[in-house]
Design a protein around this ligand. Structure first.
Ligand code: NAD
Length: 422
């Protein structure tokens, strides 16, 4: 059974449903939901790009700015052929709540371009990235809206985009993007930050579940930035990585997979499949794996109720955004699986983006040990705030509901003192 749920589920409605539920659980007035149910602003633009054959192709780009009550809009840019306005809006809502959970002074935003970057040459990709900024420069800025990498974007793309923005503004304004290369105001540890944060969240979840990570086994869906480093950090902590997959297939070895060698194999062959000593596996088999921990690190809506019913793991650490559907959540909760929700488990990326932005503003750069230490402290604080809040909530409240309520309290209070409602 391959998972084909994405077409049937509207991610934007899922995100709105999570906000609605938190508003109801906190018994806040409808005005609060009205403010938060949709982005403050959605820009949709045609991005004309001269292709290598001299012809013009126009791509569709988006930037959703959800809410900025706690600070400038903040959120990654995704390059994907299936991305659309609704997905971008959903991801921007999650960013607002994520920043509130992590207690970083940002609001929520998200950007996207409908494109399969693998079909473009490097030069075409550069022109596309620069043209996106040409279209969006008026709504971006270090105090306004600060994008970062997401699926299929990386430090090089952030470098082109930052450079284009600086040319338009006619001065260096490195704080406008985060996730940049080190030589242009990037932050040490940003590349690994999301997965490092996911690792800390999973480690804390294992602690509250009385599981010894050194005796645990784990499966990881997606082997890009988040998936690879999450597998690596878990492996370094003594956890056995038994299964991994990506769009090209999967690799399973009950004796354990070496994440670094597997990454080298993927770089050489383009796929995790065929890794020496491993067997193939499907996404359905990965989620049904007899293991302690699963880290979804691919895309949304993977854990449907059907998939959730097959889960044997005791902890799910959501590296990806929105991997579990609301119905999937219910099933996991009934089974006693501890799901560390995306807005907590993958907040390491935006936490280190915040450090990068602070350093850009000060033009003073911190050593790696300081970044790692501050990230660890912030992740552990966020986990304990949400876990304790969850324990104080009525029975049956999930960690996700607790995280949404915790964030909503902060957002609603900030909106109230600013006079937006009440
Ligand atoms: P990436 O492009 O580096 O990697 C994505 C991986 O997922 C690839 O290995 C791809 O092959 C795989 N994949 C895609 N669809 C799949 C499917 N249906 N089944 C199995 N594998 C599949 O992206 P990333 O930056 O690692 O992002 C992964 C997830 O983490 C996304 O949900 C993203 O929004 C979220 N996230 C990323 C960051 C960040 O800093 N990069 C921060 C927070 C959250």
């Amino acid at each position: 059974m391959e998972i084909q749920a994405k077409e049937k589920i509207n991610t934007y409605q899922v995100a709105q449903g999570r906000v609605r539920r938190a508003v109801e659980q906190l018994e806040l007035p409808d005005d609060v939901y009205e403010w938060l149910k949709s982005p403050d602003c959605l820009v949709e633009c045609g991005i004309p790009v001269e292709m290598d054959n001299g012809k013009i192709r126009v791509f569709t780009g988006y930037r959703a700015q959800h809410n900025n009550v706690l600070g400038p809009y903040k959120g990654g840019i995704r390059f994907h052929p299936d991305v659309d306005a609704d997905e971008t809006k959903a991801l921007s809502i999650w960013m607002t709540f994520k920043c509130a959970v992590a207690r970083v002074p940002f609001g929520g935003g998200k950007g996207a371009i409908q494109v399969n970057p693998r079909e473009l040459s490097l030069k075409e990709l550069e022109r596309l990235s620069r043209q996106y900024v040409q279209a969006l420069a008026p709504v971006l800025g270090p105090e306004k809206d600060i994008p970062a990498p997401d699926v299929n974007t990386n430090a090089q793309i952030m470098a082109w985009m930052t450079d284009e923005y600086c040319k338009i503004r006619q001065h260096n304004d490195f704080g406008v993007f985060t996730g940049k290369p080190l030589d242009m105001g990037g932050c040490v540890g940003r590349e690994t930050a999301t997965a490092r944060g996911t690792f800390y969240a999973v480690r804390e979840a294992a602690r509250v579940k009385n599981l010894d990570l050194e005796k645990c086994t784990a499966a990881v869906q997606g082997y890009g930035n988040v998936g690879y480093y999450a597998a690596l950090f878990l492996h370094q902590a003594g956890c056995r990585i038994v299964a991994v997959n990506d769009t090209s297939g999967g690799a399973y070895n009950p004796a354990g997979l070496d994440p670094v060698a597997l990454k080298e194999h993927k770089n050489e062959t383009g796929s995790v499949t065929g890794f020496p000593g491993s067997e193939k596996l499907t996404t359905a088999e990965l989620y049904a794996m007899d293991c302690d921990i699963i880290v979804p690190a691919a895309l949304e809506n993977q854990i449907t109720p059907e998939v959730a019913r097959t889960v044997q793991a005791r902890i799910i650490g959501e590296g990806a955004n929105g991997p579990t559907t609301p119905e999937g959540d219910k099933v996991l909760n009934e089974k006693g699986v501890l799901t560390v929700p995306d807005i907590l488990a993958n907040s390491g990326g935006v936490i280190v983006s915040y450090f990068e932005w602070v350093q850009n503003n000060y033009n003073y750069y911190w050593p790696e040990a300081q970044i790692e230490d501050r990230l660890q402290r912030k992740m552990m604080e966020a986990f304990s705030h949400i876990y304790n809040y969850h324990c104080d909530c009525s029975e049956g409240t999930t960690m996700r509901e607790a995280a949404f309520m915790y964030a909503l309290k902060r957002l609603a209070e900030a909106m109230k003192v600013r006079g937006w409602w009440g």
